[in-house]
Design a protein around this ligand. Structure first.
Ligand SMILES: [Zn+2]
Length: 457
C-alpha cells in the first residue's frame, strides 16, 4: 500500500494510503439550494491516508499526483459521505414491531414502557445496540446519535463495531434500571463520558427525554454542564399536538418558549421532531441558532404531525434527519428516511419544487454533522475530514437509466445497493457484508430476545 508522490502545490505529501475511484461523487460541500447543478463530480476519486481524506480529484490526475497509489476502482458507483442518523434509540431494535398500529398513548403506556421496565438491562442495551449498529452500517450510516439508558453499554457496542457515534446521556426524573433520578442519570452519564471521551469515534451529548419528564432544576444543571463541556443537548420537543396543548394550558406558552426562558436555546440545542411550530417558535429557533432533527417516518407512523421542513429551510434553520428508534419506524434506513422526508415536505407544502432532493441529502449528512457539532470532522467529502465514505453500486435495475445521480440516489436507490462503507478509513462494510460484526450471531441473539419478550405479552 506504500506509494510515493511527486509533491505539488495541489497535493499533500503522503506516504501511504489508497484511492477510491467512482463514476460519481457527491461531496456535500455546497450548502443546500434548490438548484442541483454542479453538486456532483464525475469520474473522480477520493484519496485516503490513514483515517483522513487527503484529496478529492479527477481520476485522470491520480497517477500524476499519487503515482503507484492503490486504487479501488468502483466504476458505476456513487460516493458520498456516510449518512449521519441524528436521532435514534438503538437498543429499541429489540422491540421492533411489538405493538404496531395502536394509538400513541396505548403504544407507549400499554406496550413500550411496560416492556422496557421488564426487559431493559445491560444485555438488552448492548445486544440491541449491536443489532441496530449492524443495520445502520449496512444501510450506509457511518455516524448516529443515540438517546437511551445504559450509555456505557451503547459505548461498548459502538467501540467494538467501529461505527462513529454521538452518545446521548439520557436524563429522566423517574427511577429506572439505569438510575434513581435525574441527578444520578447525570452523575453516571458523566462517568461514561470520562471513560470514553478520548475515543476519536465517540462524542457525547446530554439527552433529557422530553420537557414533561424532567424538572427545570435538572435542565439548569444540564445547561451549566453543556456549556462547560461544549456538549449538545438533544431533546424530544413538540412531538405531538397533545404535548403542546397540555403545556400551553399549564404555562401559557409553548414548550420551546419555556426552554428559551430557562436559557436552553443555543447552537448546542437539538430539537427532535418539532411537528407543530408557531411563527414565534420558528423565530426562536432561528434567533438562537438551534437545530431541528426531523424524523418523518416515526412522526407518520405514530400520527404525531408534520415538521414544516419547507419553512425551516427557507429560514435557513439547520435541519438534520433521524430515524428515531426501530420501535416507531420500524427500520433504521436513512435512504428510506431521506425519500420520505423529501416527499412529505412536498405534500405538506403542496409545492413540488420547494424542497429538493439535494436539500434533504444535505440534512442527512452535513445537517446532522452540524447539529452534533461534528461538521469540522465529518459530513462531507473534503480534504482534511475523516474518511467516512459510502459507496453505492448504481449498476442496478432500479437505478437505470441514470441521468442524475442525486435524483437516483434519493428517489430510486435502496440500501440493498450499499457496496462499501468506510469509517475513519476503515472498511466496516465491504461488498455489502459487515467486516467487524457477525451477521449470523446477531440474528441468533435477536431470536433469543424475541422468544423471551414474546412470552411476556
Ligand atoms: Zn426519539
Amino acid at each position: 500500500m506504500d506509494f510515493n508522490i511527486v509533491p505539488t502545490s495541489q497535493s499533500i505529501p503522503v506516504t501511504k494510503g489508497f484511492a477510491i475511484a467512482a463514476d460519481w461523487i457527491i461531496p456535500m460541500q455546497q450548502a443546500p439550494h434548490s438548484n442541483q447543478a454542479n453538486n456532483y463530480l464525475e469520474k473522480s476519486a477520493v484519496v485516503v491516508e490513514n483515517d483522513l481524506i487527503v484529496d478529492v480529484i479527477e481520476q485522470t490526475q491520480l497517477q500524476t499526483l499519487y503515482p503507484g497509489i492503490s486504487v479501488n476502482q468502483l466504476g458505476a458507483s456513487l460516493l458520498l459521505p456516510g449518512f449521519v442518523n441524528a436521532h435514534c434509540h438503538a437498543a429499541m431494535s429489540l422491540l421492533r414491531g411489538v405493538a404496531d398500529d395502536s394509538s400513541l398513548n396505548d403504544w407507549l403506556n400499554q406496550h413500550i414502557w411496560p416492556l422496557e421496565s421488564q426487559w431493559v438491562d445491560n444485555d438488552f442495551v448492548y445486544e440491541g445496540s449491536q443489532l441496530a449498529i449492524a443495520e445502520m452500517l449496512l444501510g450506509g450510516t457511518s455516524c448516529f446519535q443515540d438517546s437511551y439508558l445504559m450509555p456505557d453499554q451503547v459505548a461498548k457496542a459502538c467501540q467494538q463495531s467501529g461505527i462513529r457515534s454521538n452518545i446521548g446521556l439520557m436524563v429522566v426524573e423517574s427511577s429506572n434500571q439505569w438510575a434513581q433520578n435525574a441527578d444520578e442519570c447525570i452523575d453516571k452519564g458523566l462517568k461514561v463520558f470520562d471513560q470514553y471521551k478520548h475515543n476519536s469515534r465517540l462524542s457525547f451529548s446530554f439527552a433529557p427525554h422530553s420537557i414533561s419528564k424532567i424538572s427545570s432544576e435538572a435542565l439548569q444543571r444540564l445547561l451549566t454542564l453543556s456549556n462547560e463541556l461544549s456538549l449538545p443537548i438533544v431533546m424530544h420537543l413538540h412531538e405531538t399536538a397533545q404535548e403542546i396543548t397540555q403545556h400551553q394550558h399549564q404555562y401559557q406558552r409553548s414548550p420551546l418558549e419555556s426552554l428559551q426562558q430557562l436559557g436552553l436555546l443555543s447552537p448546542l440545542f437539538n430539537a427532535v421532531h418539532m411537528t407543530q411550530i408557531s411563527q414565534k417558535d420558528q423565530q426562536l429557533l432561528k434567533q438562537f441558532g438551534c437545530h431541528v432533527v426531523h424524523c418523518p417516518q416515526s412522526n407518520m407512523k405514530l400520527g404525531s404531525g408534520i415538521c414544516p421542513v419547507t419553512e425551516l429551510l427557507q429560514q435557513e434553520i439547520n435541519l438534520a434527519l433521524g430515524t428515531d428508534g426501530a420501535a416507531s419506524n420500524n427500520s433504521l434506513d436513512m435512504l428510506s428516511e431521506i425519500k420520505a422526508a423529501t416527499l412529505l415536505a412536498k405534500l405538506a407544502s403542496g409545492q413540488s419544487n420547494q424542497v429538493s432532493a439535494y436539500q434533504i441529502l444535505y440534512a442527512a449528512t452535513m445537517g446532522g454533522a452540524k447539529a452534533l457539532g461534528l461538521d469540522n470532522t465529518i459530513g462531507s467529502l473534503e480534504k482534511g475530514k475523516q474518511a467516512d465514505i459510502l459507496a453505492l453500486d448504481m449498476n442496478h435495475i432500479e437505478t437505470m437509466p441514470l441521468y442524475d445521480p442525486i435524483s437516483q440516489l434519493v428517489y430510486s436507490a435502496s440500501r440493498k445497493q450499499v457496496q462499501h462503507l468506510w469509517v475513519a478509513g476503515q472498511a466496516l462494510v465491504k461488498d455489502g457484508q459487515l467486516t467487524q460484526l457477525n451477521n449470523q450471531q446477531l440474528i441468533a441473539q435477536a431470536k433469543q430476545w424475541q422468544q423471551k419478550i414474546k412470552g411476556s405479552f
